[in-house]
Design a binder for this molecule. Sequence first.
Ligand code: NAD
Ligand code: WQD
Length: 337
Amino acid sequence: MVLVTGGAGYIGSHTTVELINAGYEVVIVDNFSNSDASSLEGIYGITGVKPTFIEANCCDREAMRRVFEAYDFASVIHFAAFKAVGESVEQPLKYYQNNMLSLLNILELMGEYGRQNIVFSSSATVYGDAEELPVTERTPRKPATSPYGNTKQMAEDILRDTVAANSSLRGIALRYFNPIGAHPTALIGELPRGVPNNLVPYITQTAAGVRECLSIFGDDYDTPDGSCLRDFIDIVDLARAHVVAIGRMVEDKNKERYEIFNVGTGRPVSVFELVNGFERSNNLKLNYRVAPRRAGDVMAVWADTTLANEELGWKAERELEDTLRSAWAWERHVRNI
Ligand code: NAD
Ligand code: WQD
């Protein structure tokens, strides 16, 4: 049995589907602060299984204690967090409160109730403007450039220290690169609220006519086509990495009790390439223009995935074109078009 915090969200819902497909029983805790029950319906539609759902805030220690009392899970995947980089600059305490308190509660209760394994959602944001590319797990982290990024760096360190101090605990931090796309059934996907910050939701909303025009933030970078380079990882591939990480700890195959893995494709793709790929794979034209660089963007970041490939036996498999088709299929599903 696996506790999935934030399981109604984008990555959590896809991971829940893959966990169920792999035979795990799942308990979801979510407070719907950035999601709603439609993802739970989607999980049911895909798998035919209704995971146990508890509406609770992970920062509420007593509510979480009741979850630990009631369910005998050995493993936790902790997704629950706020993730908007820009908002974290405006409202840092909101991010420090939610992202740190939820993790502290989970770790304390895991110790108290003797639960063994945790997968934590980290992010490529911890590398910042990296000195070497592609980044490996040993590439030094740069000082965080946002409170959000800082919560991920601090959370990694808290997890490392907690595992070091508790010999029955194991942890894996997965550093996600840029997760995109949706489940091939189009029954679950990303549901951004308001104006999307991320590239692919902005693209799909522009294609749907919800946004007038996509701005490409900068074409004057020192890259082959002048736009930024990123490592776009398919959401189902990303979800599968969690199942493998849990299996590694459950089967006692981890080499260290605390491990870190990059979860990306290992392939840099430029913003122009992604936009053109979206047009080509969906056979449509997108309204876009070049705009000034966005503050805080790094020019390029992509993963060295050797460690995940060799140690986890996991690698990204889905073709980018299929991923971009799934993103558009999901947008059409949401908009009924
Ligand atoms: P999401 O917002 O779709 O999912 C997060 C879920 O957690 C939401 O359903 C939200 O309602 C819930 N939640 C938030 N705070 C909670 C709390 N205190 N108690 C209970 N539930 C709470 O985001 P996502 O894209 O699925 O991200 C999941 C995790 O992955 C986050 O930790 C995020 O920081 C991390 N991450 C995301 C990306 C990305 O680009 N999507 C990249 C790297 C890391
Ligand atoms: C990708 C590229 C933009 C929107 C963010 C977080 C990171 C992680 C993943 C959580 C950039 C360009 C974007 C648009 C554009 N999340 N772009 N027009 O910034 O790489 O990473 O999400 O951990 O922490 O920072 O992702 O999708 O915002 O941008 O040109 O309307 O697309 O400039 O080069 P990013 P993104």
